[in-house]
Design a binder for this molecule. Structure first.
Ligand code: CAA
Ligand code: NAD
Length: 300
């Protein structure tokens, strides 16, 4: 449960300061769980409006967590929210987040943009800083191909909503040192997650299995086999999933979903990951799901 967020680490090499680059859906959640665990956090985003949005959503979600932890005790809830929130700084300048123990990248799912970011960070961060990418399905190795500290680099793949989902996939590249791998596992535990280890393979475990399921659901809708509502009800009540596949795609973000599928298609050649005209159409219309107000469904 949520109390696991407070298990503190005793190792001398424990990660205590963290920077999250990209303050969107995932970055704001990652920042939140680190702050809840007592770490000092900096969020960097190129878009200052989104930094404000991130702070607002973190405050809301900290309150949800606080209410659950300190049922009805307003004073404790308020100090939990305030103290956690105060550990988070935000900035649009990468330099403000360079000197920390761990940097987690959670920016747009595009190889060249991620590479460029890590190459720059490699120059401005001290030698001890560990780098990790939260990529959904781009090769971790390819993202870090331009950096020198390859031994201090790997993948830390979180799930949405980060404060609630209990899993963290820790991706160990061939070049990731044992020390870095252990530090990443330990950090994952310190922010309340159960860690599994996976090779740098397309989609890791969860997306490799969720991708075909999600793609086929979108194709069912496209073919008119069933309505969006009925597809979602079917999987919730017939298979016990907490959300239906189309609801979940809106929740993940249809832009991210598209990047995931196209990367998986490129890497695996499996036709199940081929582009889906209905999905491409929604994305081209700016309908990215919940975060933009419309996707397969409309949101207020
Ligand atoms: N922060 C803090 N708490 C949150 C939260 C957030 N962002 N979102 C929800 N919660 C809490 C709520 O407060 C609520 O707590 P209580 O049970 O104590 O009341 C609890 O979580 C459940 O929330 P709701 O009642 O609002 O709604 P729900 O029961 O439908 O649960 C859900 C919401 C947890 C998101 C659930 O629907 C779910 O698990 N959905 C599937 C999510 C999923 O599969 N994510 C993985 C996507 S794949 C991915 O992320 C990888 C990738 O690379 C694309
Ligand atoms: P998002 O669009 O919500 O957020 C991305 C943020 O990065 C935006 O705020 C954007 O302004 C910022 N950004 C873009 N380029 C930047 C740069 N060069 N420097 C600084 N900030 C920059 O996206 P998201 O859903 O949070 O996804 C982020 C990453 O996490 C992606 O790699 C995605 O594949 C991965 N991921 C997403 C999910 C999910 O369910 N959405 C789950 C796990 C992993």
């Amino acid at each position: 449960g949520l109390t696991r967020n407070f298990s503190s680490s005793t190792s001398l090499n424990a990660i205590k300061t963290v920077t999250i680059v990209g303050g969107g859906l995932m970055g704001s959640g990652i920042a939140q769980v680190a702050a809840q665990a007592g770490q000092n956090v900096t969020i960097i985003d190129i878009n200052s409006d989104l930094l404000g949005k991130a702070q607002k959503s973190i405050q809301t979600n900290l309150t949800r967590v606080g209410k659950k932890l300190y049922k009805g005790d307003e004073a404790k809830i308020n100090s939990f929210v305030q103290e956690s929130f105060e550990r988070i700084k935000v900035s649009t300048k990468l330099e403000d987040g360079a000197d920390v123990d761990l940097i987690v990248e959670a920016i747009v799912e595009k190889l060249d943009v991620k590479q460029e970011l890590f190459n720059k960070l490699d120059q401005i961060s001290p030698a001890h800083t560990i780098f990790a990418t939260n990529t959904s399905c781009i090769s971790v190795n390819a993202i870090g191909s331009g950096i020198k500290r390859k031994d201090k680099y790997g993948g830390l793949h979180f799930f949405n909503p980060v404060p609630v989902m209990r899993l963290l996939e820790v991706i160990k590249c061939d070049s990731t040192s044992e020390e870095t791998y252990q530090a990443m596992m330990e950090w994952g535990k310190s922010v309340g997650k159960t860690c599994i280890t996976c090779k740098d393979t397309p989609g890791f475990v969860v997306n490799r299995l969720l991708g075909p399921y999600s793609a086929e659901a979108i194709r069912m809708l496209e073919r008119g086999d069933a309505s969006a509502e009925d597809i979602d009800i079917a999987m919730k009540l017939g298979a016990g999933y907490p959300m239906g596949p189309l609801e979940l795609a809106d929740f993940t973000g249809l832009d991210t979903k598209t990047f995931v599928l196209s990367n998986m298609f490129e890497k695996t050649g499996n036709p199940v990951f081929k582009p889906i005209p209905l999905l491409d159409k929604l994305v081209s219309e700016g309908k990215f799901g919940r975060k933009s107000g419309e996707g397969f469904y409309k949101y207020d």
